[in-house]
Design a protein around this ligand. Structure first.
Ligand code: AP5
Length: 216
């Protein structure tokens, strides 16, 4: 089964992808995570992407499409994947359709997480992750059970993203509405777009998603 989650920065794509990975045995493919790994490694792709990401603009389509095409070819994707943060433009959506058709694959569910912009600024500026396992948390909405200790792996080091400040978040929201929202019409025209209320609490959103996707 292959899933696509669509929503603006902070909508909960990463949070819900991790839960759906566990529930359905799928692999999360986050282009944002892949790009941050490229930046950290100092690769050519990372050097090209770094300043663009810090501004909150979109990385050029050709770089992203090559990166995701190589990732989908890896063995672990055969069990099914969750696309998180890709596609983000209509050309990326068209390239994905062509890529999947070539491989005899399809998207089983395309799901929009519908949210309000203002709430996203609060979600993103309060977000942090465990350095060891990548588990996500929030200062207010998703605290670890023991303060300063990761629920998943017991790690005690946490990090915040360089692009999670208010100014960059507002630019990322503009990029979403200008360049990414048109892919909703692309999938709606294909009759595959579904939606959930992303403003509900985290467990309630997971329950809605499972309702759309069905039993594992
Ligand atoms: P990327 O890493 O994809 O960031 P994003 O789309 O801006 O999305 P986020 O990761 O910020 O949000 P999310 O929806 O995953 O929210 P989360 O679950 O963490 O992209 C970063 C950059 O890379 C882009 O700006 C661009 O430059 C580049 N890039 C990436 N892909 C690209 C592409 N395809 N093309 C071109 N450029 C690309 O939730 C946020 C917080 O809220 C968390 O703390 C969480 O605990 C909390 N939360 C989640 N759900 C709820 C809820 N229901 N209620 C309360 N709190 C909640």
């Amino acid at each position: 089964m292959n899933l696509l989650l669509i929503g603006p920065p902070g909508a909960g794509k990463g949070t819900q992808s991790k839960r759906l990975e566990d529930a359905y045995g799928l692999v999360q493919l986050s282009t944002g995570d892949m790009l941050r790994a490229a930046v950290a490694s100092g690769s050519e792709l990372g050097r090209k992407a770094k300043a663009i990401m810090e501004r909150g603009d979109l990385v050029p389509d050709d770089l992203i499409i090559d990166m995701i095409a190589a990732r989908i070819d890896q063995d672990d994707c055969a069990k099914g994947f969750i696309l998180d943060g890709f596609p983000r433009t209509v050309p990326q959506a068209e390239a994905l359709s062509a890529m999947l058709a070539d491989k005899g694959l399809r998207l089983d569910h395309v799901i929009e997480l519908a949210v309000d912009d203002e709430a996203m600024v609060k979600r993103i500026t309060g977000r942090y992750t465990c350095v060891t396992c990548g588990q996500g948390y929030h200062d207010e909405f998703q605290k670890p059970a023991r303060d300063g200790v990761c629920d998943k792996c017991g790690g005690t080091e946490f990090t915040r993203r360089a692009d999670d400040n208010e100014e960059t978040v507002r630019n990322r929201l503009d990029a979403y509405h200008g360049q990414t929202a048109p892919i909703l019409a692309y999938y709606k025209n294909q009759g595959v777009l579904k939606g959930v209320d992303g403003m509900a609490d985290i467990d309630a959103v997971t329950a809605q998603l499972k309702g759309v996707i069905g039993q594992a």
